[in-house]
Ligand binder design. Structure first.
Ligand SMILES: Nc1ncnc2c1ncn2[C@@H]1O[C@H](COP(=O)(O)OP(=O)(O)O)[C@@H](O)[C@H]1O
Ligand SMILES: [Mg+2]
Length: 257
């Protein structure tokens, strides 16, 4: 089954065509990557898919449903959740509290429920608390659960973002350059988390510059350059694709290190 279907997505900023009729599909449970040079249009594409921005033309279907033009909160309520190229945590809140903010898609109740605390509300709180502890273990942040988010090393902030996104129970997770700025160990920890998320049945699309990471974990790679999709295929196919090598490296080097 197809989880995500992007069809002819075009985004114009004045005279600039940031996305030029981009189409691709992501199958259920797949781990896919979107790569391309800086300014190629990757974040713009994520903005369109996640509902942060309406495309100039084209459509996005999620689980068979047209979601183009829906606001981002509605898209995330349907199970399509993203993280950002720049870390966006609540800096002064603890690691644990940051994860808890991710649950609001799957929780109910307003101010009145919080005041009266009926039984279903207390049960929901208990479920959230238990799931938060599971997520702390899942990403390996239990030891720093009470620390303020901005006191964490950058690699752990990235893991925290993933944990918070998982609190919303996504069926598709979009990660925009999750390994940017991470050292090798941090990147390895992140790759492990992404693969474990994926093995639990969550489809993942990541935008990533770390080619080694992409080649290691992605099942399918979509390459964009100047807003156009220039290739799509398995890591082996992409490595051997002449247009990709030319666009990505601007020369004769291969994609192997
Ligand atoms: N809101 C915007 N207004 C005008 N131009 C934009 C806007 N967002 C992105 N761009 C331009 O669109 C192009 C693609 O940007 P982006 O999607 O951020 O690329 P990438 O994520 O691949 O580095 C760039 O030339 C960028 O300057
Ligand atoms: Mg970007």
């Amino acid at each position: 089954m197809t989880v995500l279907s992007v069809k002819d997505v075009t985004v114009r900023f004045g005279g600039l065509v940031a996305n030029d009729a981009i189409s691709f599909d992501v199958a259920q449970g797949m781990l896919a990557a979107v790569i391309g040079p800086n300014g190629a249009g990757k974040t713009t594409l994520f903005n369109v898919i996640s509902g942060a921005m309406a495309p100039t033309s084209g459509t996005v279907h999620f689980n068979g449903e047209l979601i183009t033009g829906l606001p981002q909160y509605e898209v995330s309520q349907k199970g399509l959740v993203r993280t950002y190229q720049l870390v966006q945590l609540f800096k002064d809140l603890s690691v644990r509290a940051n994860i808890m903010t991710g649950f609001h898609r799957v929780t109910k109740g307003g101010v009145l429920a919080a005041l009266l605390r009926p039984r279903w509300f207390r049960e929901q709180e208990a479920r959230i608390a238990a799931r938060t502890e599971e997520l702390l273990d899942f990403v390996g942040l239990r030891a720093v659960a009470d620390m303020e988010a901005d006191k964490l090393p950058y690699g752990q902030q990235r893991l925290l973002e993933v944990a918070r996104a998982l609190a919303a129970e996504p069926s598709l997770l979009l990660l925009d350059e999750p390994a940017a700025g991470l050292n090798m160990q941090e990147t390895a920890a992140l790759a492990d988390v992404i693969q474990r998320v994926n093995r639990q049945g969550v489809a993942v699309v990541l935008v990533e510059h770390d080619m080694q990471l992409v080649m290691q974990i992605a099942q399918k790679i979509v390459v964009i350059d100047f807003g156009r999709k220039i290739a799509e295929g398995s890591p082996a196919e992409i490595k051997a694709h002449p247009e990709v090598i030319a666009a990505y490296l601007g020369g004769t080097e291969g994609l192997d290190d």
